[in-house]
Design a protein around this ligand. Sequence first.
Ligand code: EPU
Length: 454
Amino acid sequence: MDSLTKDAAKAGLRVGLTSDKIVIHGGKPLAGRIRVRGAKNLATKAMVAALLGETPSLLQDVPNISDVNVVRGMLGAYGVAVTAPEEGQLLLDPTNVERAHFAEIDALAGSSRIPILFCGPLLHRLGEALIPDLGGCRIGDRPIDFHMDALRAFGAVVDKSYEGIRITAPDGLHGADIELPYPSVGATEQVLLTAVRARGVTELKNAAIEPEIMDLIAILQKMGAIIWVEPNRTIFIEGVDHLAGYTHRAIFDRNEAASWASAALATDGDIFVEGAKQPEMLTFLNVFRKAGGAFDVQEDGIRFSRAGELKPVQVETDVHPGFMTDWQQPLVVALTQADGVSVVHETVYENRLGFTDALVEMGADIVVHTDGLESLTRRVPRRKLEQAAVITGPTKLHGADVRVPDLRGGFSYLIAALTAEGTSTITNLGIISRGYEHFVDKLTALGADFSLEG
Ligand code: EPU
């Protein structure tokens, strides 16, 4: 087993997935009802925010995914008492925060990128942060330069050590004027989690404004922070001396909702996604409809199915309110069934179309242009590294043996296997449990024909 596979297997085990291999007999529509809970990309950050409070925090609708468990383990290593008063809740008590053993942090952090967001809260609480090598999905270089530059602007000193990165703040942290080179989600969160307790006012220009970030701002405001979200991606944060704990229900996981919607589209199924909401999914729903999908927005969720034959679409991934990069992989599978030529332009990550190789093995007609293609003018400046996938359909997919490369790519392989005629074997399944709660149970609930092996 290589180290990535071991990480994936461990991740799966932590959330009760007993097998790392699934054998799927495809060609059957998925139909039924499943529920999505709090967003992975909010819950994990909300847990880190609890470190800033002087009293305990209660987070509700927490998904049972391995990324949550990684952060839970890290908080535990720093002396935060984390308990689950009820299923789906986490009570986080930061009263006794203390230094952690580096080996423990290093062992936990290997499979996630969240540890970098501990920097600001740890600097405020302990005066020091040690960041080991970061994990997360292999979808590009994923540098941390924006994070480190922002921390330096707050007065932090960043040293590279043999263990990782050591960050200190000998004179405390002060407000800063920061302009991000790109509206990075993680760097915006870094600034928020650091500025709320820094001395003075911070101005953040070119901030990310994803709904999960707005939810983090809501949490910080509940804790006592003063944060102004201005037009044009500018955020002002007035530092305060004390923050208290929060009680908060995490925003729903729109990435998971979009994934199941794409599964309904690809398999000609009919899936009611309980917990999905329209406002955060407007852009996805537009594309879904143009691709031939039908949806019905109800009080407690959204029902997804096909309106008729699937149609080709042109999509460009972007920062919010654009089409999320996390939505493209599941959608690409559905587009292999559309009648005509679709183009998916990936502009957020430089290497997020590699997963299409396995779809081609399964019979899809997908050509990746590694330098991108000419496309429309965008809201944010064009970046150097872009890729485009040209998908010509419809193509019959057939079963194959494939290995999960990353979280969203992995889910798209599940959809492809469910769409394909014949049998597919998918290995390295644990990676999917980083972000999809109880996905095996949900496949059962939707009538999928599969068995777990190994
Ligand atoms: N970037 C830099 N330097 C930095 C930080 C980012 O160059 O210091 C670049 C990245 O390499 C990337 C782009 O900026 O090309 C955008 O990255 P961003 O910082 O916005 O992404 P992130 O915070 O690392 C989060 C989600 C991702 C999601 C992106 C975009 C979490 C834990 N991860 O990543 O989610 O794709 O925002 O919305 O919140 C997933 O859930 O599968 C996933 C990968």
